[in-house]
Design a protein around this ligand. Structure first.
Ligand SMILES: NC(=O)c1ccc[n+]([C@@H]2O[C@H](COP(=O)([O-])OP(=O)(O)OC[C@H]3O[C@@H](n4cnc5c(N)ncnc54)[C@H](O)[C@@H]3O)[C@@H](O)[C@H]2O)c1
Length: 262
């Protein structure tokens, strides 16, 4: 193992879904800074291309809709063709919308489950098949959420889809362990991204508050006393994908500034 955390990642390759913006972009950037060649897989081709172009080392943009098996398989094959193989995978793409539980529609439920749960299932399954075919002792990190640990009001459908990610992560980790493949998840809190900007406006409207009051409440719920930044998560993901975490699998690690502690 190379001295610094993540040193063993030098020269490896990774695919990050939802890598064009927000948390995924920060993860892709941190991996790239560790000399990892990164495939930015996103449903938004222009944003993916801009993020790939902004990275200093070898990075490519791939158009992928994680809800569609054919798209995940084709995007993964494109990344393998470009890099030879994929060693690390971050299933990070996710969506949300907000509504009281009793007003949720079938479409709300399906939208959240299609991207957040099916998307992680498809991405991880395609990744693990690739690892097994090539004999790669790969590692995966799924982006779950604080809402995967405690039910989040106005986000019942989102919460349920993120609990699903943790259950899938644990079961897949148990099945893959004998192949030397590790599967973990991260659970971020209140993170400053496009998703948060949208949620703050919806929540303010649904609760009769101002968007600033919603943000202030997030901070007051956070013992470390500020809004989380995407970079706060990226370092943990680098750690989980590296040899420093070689004896960790099936974990869903909180990175919330202390909002949730068990
Ligand atoms: N922002 C938060 O407070 C927060 C908290 C906990 C967990 N999360 C999770 O972190 C992950 C990233 O969220 P974010 O806050 O960076 O959101 P974001 O909206 O800023 O970024 C999400 C990215 O996913 C992409 N995407 C959406 N649907 C896709 C699809 N079908 N296929 C491929 N890509 C798709 C988007 O184009 C975008 O680039 C999500 O899984 C989210 O649920 C976010």
């Amino acid at each position: 193992m190379n001295g610094r955390i993540g040193g063993d990642l030098v020269g490896k390759t990774a695919l990050v879904t939802g890598g064009a913006t927000g948390i995924g972009r920060a993860i892709a950037t941190a991996l790239n800074a560790h000399d990892v060649r990164v495939a930015i897989a996103d449903i938004d081709p222009a944003a993916a291309a801009a993020t790939a172009a902004s990275l200093s080392r070898d990075a490519i943009a791939i158009t992928m809709d994680v809800t569609k098996r054919a798209s995940v398989e084709a995007g993964f094959a494109e990344a393998v063709a470009a890099f030879g193989q994929i060693d690390r995978v971050v299933a990070n793409a996710g969506v949300s919308n907000m509504r009281p539980a009793l007003d949720l529609t079938d479409a709300d439920w399906d939208f959240n489950f299609d991207v957040n749960a099916r998307g992680v299932f498809l991405t991880d399954q395609v990744a693990c098949r690739h690892f097994l075919e090539r004999g790669i002792q790969g590692a995966i990190c799924n982006t779950a959420s604080l809402a995967a640990k405690v039910g989040a009001p106005l986000l019942a459908h989102y919460s349920a889809s993120k609990f699903a990610v943790v259950g899938w992560t644990q079961a897949l980790a148990r099945e893959m362990a004998r192949h030397g493949i590790r599967v973990n998840a991260v659970c971020p809190g209140f993170v400053r991204t496009g998703m948060q900007s949208r949620e703050v406006i919806w929540e303010a409207e649904l609760r009769g508050m101002t968007p600033q009051a919603v943000l202030d409440e997030y901070v007051s719920l956070t013992p470390l006393g500020r809004i989380e930044e995407p970079e706060d998560i990226a370092g943990l993901v680098v750690f989980l994908l590296s040899d420093a975490a070689r004896f960790m699998t099936g974990q869903a690690v909180n990175v919330t500034g202390g909002v949730y502690m068990t």
